[in-house]
Ligand binder design. Structure first.
Ligand code: FAD
Length: 154
């Protein structure tokens, strides 16, 4: 059975939203979101990265167009966050997060250098970021994540 042309087109979507999870439950809920994401995204060939920082989610989703749009549509209805705003949505030639079946990364004080480099240290305001800036942020986070994992493997 042939695939429709749209299903072959690689699409990248990055959005930001406000976390709406009471503080004591945040780690458990983010873990549950990551588990659901890995389970579901793998089935539809969607990869990406989820960042949680200072009360914001920033997430990249990439994969076949219909799968990315359907996933985002489901996510945007989730009561664990609000005020979703798409920062970037466009066809992509290749994946930026192909190794990442949706790991979540909480920024720590050790990551200040990233935010400083990207001129985001003073205030983290994802609503004000351009698509290019947010892509650079997520790629930097992915780079750190990869180095941390390699270091852990020795
Ligand atoms: P289950 O995980 O089994 O959940 C069943 C139903 O209960 C769903 O409707 C779910 O929304 C709801 N639910 C579960 N836990 C809670 C809770 N604690 N509070 C309120 N409602 C709850 N899903 C993906 O598939 N891929 C992603 O990349 C992805 N990214 C996400 C990013 C963010 C910031 C958030 C908030 C959610 C994300 N989700 C993602 C989760 C998504 O919104 C759906 O919850 C999930 O896809 C539903 O998966 P499921 O059908 O396997 O249902």
């Amino acid at each position: 059975m042939g695939r429709t042309p749209g299903s072959r087109t690689l699409h990248q979507l990055i959005y930001t939203s406000r976390v709406r999870i009471p503080w004591p439950d945040q780690d458990r809920e983010v873990e549950s979101i990551v588990h659901a994401s890995i389970r579901n995204n793998r089935l539809v060939d969607v990869t990406g990265l989820l960042l949680v920082h200072e009360g914001w989610f920033v997430q990249a989703l990439e994969g076949p167009t219909e799968a990315v749009l359907a996933t985002y549509s489901r996510i945007s209805e989730d009561p664990r966050h609000e005020d979703c705003k798409v920062l970037h949505a466009a066809p992509a030639e290749r994946r930026s997060f192909e190794d990442w079946n949706m790991c979540a990364r909480r920024m720590t004080p050790a990551d200040d250098a990233i935010l400083e480099t990207l001129s985001m240290r003073a205030s983290f305001e994802p609503y004000a970021l351009t698509g290019l800036q947010v892509l650079r942020l997520l790629k930097s986070v992915r780079g750190i994540q990869r180095r941390t994992q390699l270091a852990a493997l020795g």
